[in-house]
Design a protein around this ligand. Structure first.
Ligand code: HSE
Length: 449
């Protein structure tokens, strides 16, 4: 038995309310297990927030026999049985994989079940069709847990700011990347060790390359972008860079210049088009994002009238994410009993706008550049010439000691604000120089003024 889930006296088998809502839980991984425990520990508290009672009726997991053997539940390896069980009112999808989840959600909607999912890849890739099917069948789709763990960002956009014009969302939205960068910055921990620790603590995805290569953050920023600007998911046109190329050297050089390195997702409304991008950034060590340690997430939402609002909290981990699933459970129950349908109507009634998605080459930023060059006279002048050809001014330059007489010298530059296409051309020209040893690495600079 992997988990101690076969307690005989479980709270959620007791009956407190008027009518009984029956739940099917699909997926007993990190979040599924926390959700299971949360229901049990807080059953009475949850029941006091709704007019009905609820009961966990069925649990599906591909290794169900290793995880639970309690006969009070319908236990199955096949989640589709949950979608097809006529007794189940609410399906909680915590499987994670896309194909099975899509089939589960689609069948559940057809069978008029309310849905809760933490699956960001599913919503970022198939949200448009899922919301449209849900609207036709008037079922609730709760996906608060898909972005930023316990932070109620979906609710904030869809409900609290539904009457506002949002102009940008900027956030540290991958807890694992933030944890790794924080460990590398503050504990001199190696990348691979920090990743192992993040996996052990249940922060990383089943395939952690999604955390490292920016895919996970791209799913999340696409969801936020679609909701904030009422567009179709911009995932396919989202610019994606991860943290895999960041070295301890970059962290050290950035620190010498007064910066730390973070990984962010950004979506903005500029000149009637939308930007959607995820990549590392340098932020000043006085910037508000510099105080986002560990697995924490920070998100700043900006609007034309309300200014900036920042949300901060645990962005990953079983308990934090399960808390968002439980919040959705209340909304799903209220939707089913017509107590409060406003939240799901926000998704259902979104008018789809047709804004262009801006090419990353057109986005203007300041840049950090790390260049490895031979220690020869004239090399620095040649580099600055290549930048000048693209009309790029330099704000700061530092040259570091080589490891030994034969190794290249690391040169670090901070540029003024420049369009992506111009820095790209300059880097291509610098890399073509005979005395440049490695690919130039560049990181955008973010200023949360
Ligand atoms: N792997 C994700 C993260 C989990 O690290 O942010 C929460 O979505």
């Amino acid at each position: 038995m992997d988990y101690n889930l076969n307690n005989d006296n479980i709270e959620y088998l007791k009956f407190y309310g008027k009518t009984m809502i029956k739940i099917g839980l699909c997926g007993l991984g990190t979040v599924g297990k926390s959700f299971f425990d949360h229901l049990n520990v807080h059953k009475k508290r949850i029941a006091s927030n709704i007019d009905q009672d609820f009961k966990l009726l069925a649990i599906a997991d591909r290794s169900i026999e290793k995880k639970i053997n309690n006969k009070d539940f319908i236990l199955t390896k096949n989640p589709i049985e949950v979608a097809e069980n006529p007794d189940i009112d609410i399906v909680v999808e915590l499987i994670g994989d896309i194909d099975t989840s899509l089939e589960l959600v689609t069948k559940s909607i057809k069978n008029n079940k309310q849905i809760i999912t933490a699956n960001k890849a599913l919503i970022a890739k198939h949200g448009d069709e899922i919301f449209s099917q849900a609207k036709q069948n008037d079922v609730f789709i709760g996906f608060e847990a898909s972005v930023a763990g316990a932070i109620p960002i979906i609710q904030t956009i869809l409900k609290n700011f539904s009457n506002e014009k949002i102009t940008s969302i900027v956030g540290i939205i991958n807890g694992t990347s933030n944890f790794i960068l924080d460990q590398m910055t503050n504990s001199n921990c190696e990348f691979s060790l920090a990743l192992k620790e993040a996996q052990k603590l249940g922060y990383a995805e089943a395939d952690p390359s999604f955390d490292i290569n920016g895919q996970d953050a791209a799913h999340k920023i696409s969801i936020l972008s679609a909701l904030a600007f009422k567009i179709k998911s911009p995932l396919d046109k989202t610019h994606i860079e991860g943290i895999e190329k960041i070295t301890p050297m970059d962290i050290k050089y950035a620190s010498e210049l007064g910066y730390i390195i973070k990984h962010v997702g950004i979506t903005e409304f500029i000149n009637n088009s939308v930007v959607s991008r995820v990549h590392p950034v340098l932020v000043s060590n006085k910037d508000i994002f510099s105080n986002t340690p560990n697995v924490m997430n920070s998100i700043i939402v900006e609007g034309d009238r309300f200014g900036k609002t920042m949300l901060y909290g645990h962005g990953a981990g079983g308990d934090a994410t399960a808390s968002a699933v439980v919040a959705d459970l209340i909304s799903a129950i209220n939707h089913k009993s017509n107590v409060d349908t406003s939240f799901s109507q926000m998704v259902h009634s979104s008018v789809i706008q047709d804004y262009e998605i801006m090419d990353i080459d057109d986005v203007v930023s300041q840049y950090y550049m790390r260049i490895f060059a031979d220690d020869k006279p004239g090399v620095m002048a040649e580099i600055t010439n290549k930048l000048a050809e693209q009309k790029i001014s330099i704000e700061a330059v530092t040259q570091h000691e080589p490891d030994n007489n034969n190794s290249p010298i690391p040169i670090v530059m901070i540029t003024d604000r420049v369009k992506g296409e111009h820095i790209r051309s300059a880097i291509k020209n610098i890399e073509a120089m005979p005395h440049i040893r490695e690919k130039v690495y560049s990181i955008r600079i973010l200023k949360n003024e």
